[in-house]
Design a protein around this ligand. Sequence first.
Ligand SMILES: C[S@@+](CC[C@H](N)C(=O)[O-])C[C@H]1O[C@@H](n2cnc3c(N)ncnc32)[C@H](O)[C@@H]1O
Length: 229
Amino acid sequence: MNAATRPFGRGDAQRIADAFRPAMPLGNRFDYYYSLGKLRSDPLYPGVLAALRGCDAPLLDLGCGLGLLAHALRLDGQRVAYAGVDVDAGKIARAARAAARAGLDAVRFDVVDVEQGLPAHAGSVALLDVLQYLTREQRRQLLADAIDRLAPGARLVIRTGLDDDSGRGRATRLADRVAHWLGWMVSTPKSYPTRAGLEARFRLAGLTAHFTPLHGDTPFNNWLVVATR
Ligand SMILES: C[S@@+](CC[C@H](N)C(=O)[O-])C[C@H]1O[C@@H](n2cnc3c(N)ncnc32)[C@H](O)[C@@H]1O
């Protein structure tokens, strides 16, 4: 595995997760342990950091959750302006609190339902583990909206499970359903894109796209897709 497909080491993961510790000693530690576990086990952010390195366009992170990508960017020395949006108002409030606590600059968070349209933006766009919460039609519209917001030289960075018949595909679908049943994900998983479908969409929009497996040691069918004009 190269560095971009390995999860964060203990020190870096701990540094980021510390911003999610509860303010009170007996406060809820769920976000802290979730962040630590995610950063230590999933190569998502190292893969995305490698995809964004060298690009100074502002970044719009759609379905940003707790905003871990903002922390990862700053840890990596990437200073691009960051805007994270998510439909889950609770997560956005906690993301904003943790970013303020870590002293991240040029970072903002807003509650936005991406099914209802995207905020104005010209730069790079990240869509990390979000596409499965949309129907095929909503995904088509969201990708079109995201592509419209790509500035010249900027990058569209997607991590997604792909729809195929593999054991990894089945594990991904099961884990997404469990996350919803447990209440961690307010949205229900609806459908998964196929590689051929995404490739056709990018071709039509005049984008060049690269697909790389990004599941590390997890059992999931996760891919990193980086598209540019
Ligand atoms: C699996 S989490 C990924 C979070 C983050 N992108 C990351 O990789 O750490 C999926 C996120 O998408 C958000 N989401 C789902 N449907 C959405 C919608 N219609 N509009 C905005 N966010 C949405 C969820 O609230 C959740 O935070």
